[in-house]
Design a protein around this ligand. Structure first.
Ligand SMILES: Nc1ncnc2c1ncn2[C@@H]1O[C@H](COP(=O)(O)OP(=O)(O)OP(=O)(O)O)[C@@H](O)[C@H]1O
Length: 803
């Protein structure tokens, strides 16, 4: 028996060592290639540095053609320099071995372009020769003889690396993912696309190493930042990433199908493909600041930084950083398109300040019945205009002033932009009341020029008077979005502006919530209101920032590439983002969550843009998805849409996906969940609160998971518990994060604890969908903690999650 075991051991030992030596040989082969790439890159760096310095010295001399050529050279050199200086961790990550192609055409990167194999590429006996090998990396590198050493992952020649599948392999026989760190190749993982072939490369059989790169990537521990998926983009994802940027690219897919990853890679692809066009900027709108910080490292890792702004939907308006989440009932009011009517009235109504109204009311009363000895109330400064012109006193009061204001507000222009017209009508009214007007009438019959002069000096006289200036500031103040929002916190005034739009209860709740905004604590939904108000009011003229003149700015793209400039790429991106109000391409992540008012805000940033919209209706936390869809359609206008669907869940193991699907069936009956790509054999765990101590139970369950995974643990609780939960977990270290249910959107952890499904589901009308989001955050393990409210069965399974 023992002898037999030993024999088996020896046999498998030999097989293993053979595999190991093949693996090592293959790794060594890739190392030779990588060394060659780095040698070439060093040459390019020297060339680039020389070119940059030379260009800087020469300034602007030469013919326009020569200058353009030099600019282009400098641009290319700069791109290399900038990216190479970043020293990527896995600069070279892929390789494909291809059959002979149908035609002999080569693309600009030196690779053959045909997708299908030539007719005689495979011999009748099933053998074939590898005709071409391409290495894929983060940027393209040509050898000195223009043969491709590395193909940029976004180049057409690299597409088969992502698109080829065993069902539709094209020319690809073997697809290899290369893992490296710095300049050292660490490993390779192969997928065979044509397993039926016996292919040879340089006379030797093509070896196949490992179980495939995708599984290796999915099994890795997660950190607090997202990684790029450039080495393992799947075919259906690649179709979206490389879709032409015409009008709207619309992508739907369940949790974990890679929508966020695809959106980010698409931004990098679009920049590669048409850098000039997208120098107008790409905006990525993300639902939460947490998701922004989770994803913002991906683009730099793809070599792109300068032109892309990732912003949370609550941070789209400069200077207004939303820190608060509204109750679902308030969010529903603030997000609804009904608010547009209220804001339109408020933007005009706020011209009349509260003091002005009160003063008008009490003066009316005071005029009627002033008690003996009682002082007549002082009028508000905006209630009476008293000026002296040509030595005579002229006054406008009450009804006259009101009529002028109404006439001006009859125009459709933003309120702040109507101020010059209001000023003119005031002067007209004063003029027609003045004796000078009569005199001018007489004069004008004889000499119109003299009459005009008289009027003009009348205007000058008045407009230089302090009384007139003070009156105008009080009567037609420059309104700010914050000021109007604060005015809306006055329940009485809000009630007037919301008449026939909101009911009394809604007015009360909204006014109360806006009182917090008046103190500067904006909620995510307030920001869309501020943006709408900015449009309704008209932005006050801002002084333009003066930029220093730099002759190098004239060189195409050079400014962003000069590594020695004081402003870093990131600073430049931030500055441009501040100055920019519209973008060339807008990407909306988690689009199902945008409210109608938010869609209007985002829509204004991409009026002439092309769009990529990714989302999942099943994860919508907005209670009326139909209304949001209507608003989305309005923002996107009649632009044609190309629709894509992502169908595979790369995040959750099948065991977790199956549990989440039970909630999906309750939340959206009939909706299909995506197929999980892997299973771990670890079933979700159900724990019931022990000894009535929720804090201790959650802490113990989180600690248990920390022992079982290498990476992060997310603890998802109902929104009202998020601060409490952070305290419960404080001592467990920074691998554990406490999250409110709405904050979990888009994020993922190695393991998650979902605390009280019933509490999360009952929090809002969309609660079941929010719970579905919470249950789909784990890449490896899930624990569900139930309290009494969850009505757990004997096995601890809460009512909502039972089959
Ligand atoms: N082709 C791939 N190769 C490796 N990992 C992938 C691939 N596609 C997706 N993933 C991984 O799967 C996880 C889910 O991706 P992502 O967050 O983009 O999905 P999502 O559709 O936006 O999910 P959700 O809707 O739940 O927010 C991420 O860890 C991502 O890196």
């Amino acid at each position: 028996m023992a002898a037999q075991d030993a024999a088996v051991d020896t046999a498998s030992g030999t097989a293993e060592s053979t595999v190991d030596s093949v693996r090592e040989r293959e790794i060594a082969g890739e190392q030779v290639h990588l060394d060659q790439v780095y040698r070439r890159l060093e040459e390019k760096i020297h060339e680039a540095e020389f070119l940059m310095n030379d260009a800087a010295k020469r300034g602007q001399v030469g013919t326009p053609g020569a200058l353009a050529e030099r600019d282009a050279q400098v641009f290319r050199a700069g791109v290399h320099l900038n990216r190479l200086n970043n020293e990527f961790e896995d600069f070279l990550f892929g390789r494909i071995d291809l059959l002979l192609g149908q035609d002999g055409k080569k693309g600009p990167d030196g690779a053959y372009t045909s997708i299908d194999p030539a007719e005689d590429a495979v011999r009748p006996d099933g053998t074939a020769d590898i005709a071409e090998t391409l290495h894929i990396g983060r940027i393209g590198v040509l050898d000195s003889d223009y043969s491709p050493l590395v193909i940029d992952w976004r180049a057409p020649a690299a597409a088969p690396f992502y698109r080829s599948t065993p069902v539709d392999p094209g020319r690809v026989v073997r697809r290899r993912v290369i893992r490296s760190k710095g300049r050292k190749v660490l490993g390779v993982e192969d997928d065979l696309m044509r397993p039926e072939l016996r292919a040879t490369l340089n006379g030797a059989e093509l070896p196949v190493i490992g179980d495939g790169a995708l599984m290796a990537a999915l099994g890795q521990a997660r950190s607090h930042t997202m990684r790029d998926i450039v080495a393992s983009i799947q075919a259906e994802q690649d179709m979206v990433i490389r879709a032409p940027a015409a009008s709207v690219t619309y992508v739907e897919g369940g949790p974990g199908t890679g929508k966020t990853a695809v959106a980010l890679h698409r931004a990098a692809y679009l920049l590669y493909q048409d850098r000039r066009r997208y120098s107008g900027g790409i905006l990525i709108v993300s639902p939460t600041p947490l998701l922004v910080s989770y994803t913002e490292g991906v683009l730099p890792s793809l070599g792109e930084e300068g032109q892309v702004a990732i912003r949370a939907v609550g941070n789209l308006v400069d200077g207004a950083e939303a820190t608060e989440y509204d109750d679902p009932a308030i969010a529903r009011i603030k997000g609804s398109s009904r608010m547009l009517h209220v804001l339109r009235r408020a933007a005009r109504g706020a011209l009349e300040g509260p003091g002005e109204q009160q003063s008008r009311r009490s003066r009316r009363r005071g005029g009627e019945q002033l008690a003996l000895g009682e002082q007549a109330p002082q009028p508000h400064p905006a209630q009476r205009l008293r000026v002296v012109a040509f030595g005579a006193r002229i006054e406008l009061e009450g009804e006259e002033l009101r009529r002028i204001r109404q006439t001006v507000l009859g125009g459709t222009a933003p309120v702040n932009l109507l101020r010059p017209r209001a000023r003119r009508l005031l002067l007209d009214a004063l003029w027609s009341k003045s004796a000078a007007a009569g005199r001018a009438g007489d004069v004008s019959r004889g000499d119109p020029e003299l009459a005009a002069e008289l009027r003009s000096s009348f205007d000058d006289d008045i407009t230089s008077e302090d009384a007139f200036i003070a009156f105008l500031d009080a009567w037609w103040p420059e309104l700010t979005p914050r000021g109007v929002l604060a005015a809306m916190a006055d329940e009485k005034r809000l009630g007037r502006w919301a008449r026939r739009v909101l009911n009394q209860g809604e007015v009360r709740r909204l006014a109360r919530s806006l009182a917090r905004a008046a103190d500067g604590a904006f909620s995510v939904h307030d920001v869309a209101l501020l943006d709408e108000l900015e449009t309704l009011l008209g932005a006050p003229a801002r002084p333009k920032r003066k930029r220093e003149y730099d002759p190098l700015d004239a060189l195409t793209g050079l400014e962003e590439l000069m590594p020695h400039r004081e402003e870093t790429q990131r600073e430049r991106a931030e500055r441009l983002a501040l100055e920019r109000t519209e973008y060339a391409h807008v990407i909306v992540d988690e689009a199902q969550d945008l409210t109608p008012m938010q869609w209007r805000m985002v829509g204004r940033r991409g009026r002439t843009a092309t769009w990529t919209v990714v989302g999942d209706p099943a994860q919508s936390s907005w209670s009326d998805p139909d209304e949001a869809a209507e608003a989305r359609d309005e923002a996107l206008g009649s632009r044609p849409r190309r629709r894509f669907e992502l169908t595979v869940n790369y995040r959750n193991p099948a065991e977790i996906a199956e549990l989440a699907a039970r909630v999906l069936a309750l939340a959206m009956p009939g909706m299909k969940s995506p197929a999980a790509v892997r299973s771990t054999g670890v079933e979700p765990r159900f724990a019931v609160v022990r000894d009535g101590d929720l804090a201790r139970t959650v802490r113990e369950e989180a600690a248990r998971l920390l022992d079982r995974v290498d990476g992060t643990v997310g603890v998802v609780v109902a929104m009202r518990r998020r601060e409490q939960a952070a305290r419960w977990l404080a001592e467990l270290g920074d691998r554990v994060v406490a999250l409110g249910s709405l904050e979990a959107k888009g994020l993922e952890y190695d393991a998650t604890v979902v605390v009280s499904p019933a509490e999360i589901a009952d929090e809002s009308p969309a609660g079941l969908r929010v719970l579905y989001v919470a249950l789909t955050r784990a890449t490896q393990q899930l624990t569900v903690v139930s309290g009494d409210r969850d009505e757990p069965d004997a096995a601890g399974v809460p009512d909502l999650l039972r089959e």
